[in-house]
Design a protein. Structure first.
Ligand SMILES: *[C@@H]1O[C@H](CO)[C@@H](O)[C@H](O)[C@H]1NC(C)=O
Length: 317
């Protein structure tokens, strides 16, 4: 605790000293300009909602559990989000299990409408435009897509059919990544990936669609998945503990030789087909171990890191 007298002396000394250039310090005049220009018309622009946010290759795991689904991940720059969906009487509800569902927490309210709103802001109607835009959610990288994993919890075919229908507002505006004629992928602001009980037979044989499949990363070499490449599955995922193994230490190298070998083999099979890898069920604790595993996964070239603690993962980059 500094005494008031000492404080006054300190202030007086500072004021009487000859002005010297100081890095990171501002004059009262500049301070006043900064304060008064804030949010004024000349200093705002239509697509500034996500200004200053840098997208990071992170999947906001169990995103619908967060205090503010979708928006929290967006504010951290996470390029991937997730909703578990349950079909009841024609409506898709979002929640981890049945007891968590409410009439308000629908896929439409928590994800479709918020995503639509952000994209409408990033793609304003303006007399300055010489061509229509298809900007993504991040103002700093408008070409970056947002991966949206939709985890089907109730009967697969029926529920995924409802998902395809629920995407209509995003589809209508041209915001979805599309497969055209089974050949080319046209990346849009949002890439939908069905997971959980999403049936592969509703995706693999469809040549023109705007939804994709979360393939089993560790099983891509099996013959039944031989036809899967980025056009079916832009990201493939697996359980880290099952596919790579339990991590026992928190010193480098954090993976044993054979674990690293499995990891590299899986990532490389995926990469040959243009698929990004994602591992869930990576260690959360001890923090040092979690970070070493994240670092290893990034070094080995995963497509997305799976993270529960978004504050931690943003400071990690
Ligand atoms: C679905 O509809 C049935 C029949 O109207 C009703 O009994 C049931 O409570 C509804 N389910 C929900 C979750 O509202």
């Amino acid at each position: 605790m500094i005494s008031p007298l000492l404080f006054l002396i300190a202030v007086a000394t500072t004021l009487s000293a000859a002005p010297e250039p100081v890095i990171g310090s501002i004059t009262s005049g500049l301070h006043s300009i900064l304060k008064n220009t804030h949010a004024s018309k000349e200093y705002g622009y239509p697509t500034d909602l996500t200004r200053d946010l840098l997208p990071i290759p992170v999947h906001s795991h169990n995103d619908y559990w967060r205090d503010r689904p979708f928006y929290t991940g967006l504010s951290k720059g996470c390029t991937s989000t997730e909703a578990d969906v349950w079909l009841y009487n024609g409506t898709l509800y979002v929640g981890h299990d049945e007891s968590a569902l409410t009439y308000e927490r629908t896929l439409e309210n928590l994800y479709i409408n918020p995503i639509l709103d952000v994209l409408d802001r990033q793609n304003p109607d303006s007399p300055f435009l010489t061509a229509p835009t298809k900007n993504g959610v991040w103002d700093t990288d408008t070409a970056q897509t947002l991966y949206f994993f939709i985890d089907v919890k109730t009967s697969g075919h029926e529920t995924f059919k409802a998902v395809i229908k629920a995407l209509e507002p995003l589809r209508e505006k041209g915001y979805l990544t599309k497969l055209k004629g089974g050949k080319t992928v046209e990346t849009g602001p949002v890439t939908i990936i069905g997971t959980g009980d999403t049936p592969l037979d509703m995706i693999l044989p469809v040549m023109d669609r705007d939804y994709f499949f979360d393939a089993p990363l560790a099983d891509l070499s099996e013959s039944k998945y031989s036809r899967i490449d980025y056009r079916v599955s832009p990201i493939a995922s697996t359980d880290f503990v099952k596919a790579v193994g339990k991590v026992a230490i928190d010193t480098e190298p954090v993976l044993r030789e054979e674990q690293l070998k499995s990891l590299r083999a899986q990532i490389s099979v995926a990469r040959e087909r243009g698929i990004g890898a994602r591992y869930w069920n990576t260690p959360n604790w001890p923090v040092r171990q979690r970070n070493l595993v994240w670092r290893t996964l990034l070094q080995e070239g995963v497509g997305l890191l799976n993270a529960d603690d978004l504050d931690a993962v943003t400071t990690f980059f």
